[in-house]
Design a protein around this ligand. Structure first.
Ligand SMILES: [Zn+2]
Ligand SMILES: [Zn+2]
Length: 263
């Protein structure tokens, strides 16, 4: 029996959308890579799901935002406010927020509304804006992040994280069919891809199971996770729709699902 452990672990915190659901919280994924804990998007309800995954907000080193829609960003305000709660005072390390161009302005507008309720002590928040018009790369703590613009909002970007051991995870965020996403996902161990609505209900700016499958096949990814399911997805056979275009390992995301990358 193999006792091999991956140095990259994904936990789906929210596999849903803006639609309130007891089963599917709004969009969020945690990725543990080496000694860092990364959050991808923070829709409403993310902190409670994080607790279910035995993780506190103070343990997160990075938050990556795919775009600014509320079902992907809304928990940022309560997250920062909770971080300031006097009895906690537990954040000793910098929280780095990574997002596409325009995030500084978005964040400034949140501060305009909430003032010092969302202002952490100096030096505790660091912001990195990735290029939202071209591919971009940064070397961060124990991993590399590559990003590429995708087809949803002007600020929308997808991310590829590569750990020290060489394993890689791609997070699509919201997107329509995207050649950039295919290029970014080439040969990745795991592609976490939005699949908002069934094939018959395709919505502009989003993917369906067979389109996500097509992207995964063209990119040659080793495993595909479909997520960001509107309630209509739970009424049809998502797997069968995806199988029209993709025959590799396939996972339909559920909240609190844990995936060891590359095993
Ligand atoms: Zn969106
Ligand atoms: Zn969305």
């Amino acid at each position: 029996m193999s006792v091999e452990k991956s140095d990259m672990i994904v936990t789906v915190l929210g596999s849903g959308t803006c639609v309130p659901s007891l089963e599917r919280s709004s969009c969020s994924v945690m990725l543990e890579v080496g000694n860092s804990k990364l959050l991808f998007d923070s829709g409403p309800g993310t902190m409670r799901r994080l607790l279910r995954a035995n993780t506190t907000i103070f343990e997160l080193d990075y938050i990556f935002y795919s775009h600014f829609h509320p079902d992907h960003t809304a928990e940022l305000v309560p997250f920062l406010f909770a971080t300031k709660y006097p009895d906690m005072g537990q954040r000793q390390t910098v929280l780095t927020i990574v997002a596409g161009g325009g995030f500084e302005d978005f964040f400034a507008r949140l501060k305009g509304a909430y003032g010092n309720w969302v202002e952490l002590d100096p030096g505790l928040v660091d912001i990195i804006e990735m290029d939202n018009r071209a591919a971009d790369t940064r070397q961060l703590k124990g991993f590399t992040v590559q990003s590429a613009p995708v087809e949803h909002n002007p600020e929308s970007i997808a991310y590829r994280i590569t750990g020290a051991g060489g394993r890689s995870v791609v997070y699509s965020g919201d997107t329509d069919y995207s050649e950039n996403l295919i290029a970014l996902s080439k040969g990745a161990d795991l592609l976490i891809c939005e699949s908002a609505l069934p094939d018959d209900l395709r919505l502009q700016g989003h993917l369906t199971p067979s389109l996500a499958g097509d992207i995964a096949t063209r990119a040659g990814v080793k495993k595909l996770v479909l997520t960001h399911f509107y309630p209509e997805c739970d009424q049809v056979d998502i797997e069968q729709e995806c199988r029209k275009t993709y025959d590799g390992p396939l996972v339909l995301a559920e909240d609190l699902m844990r995936i060891e990358v590359g095993l």
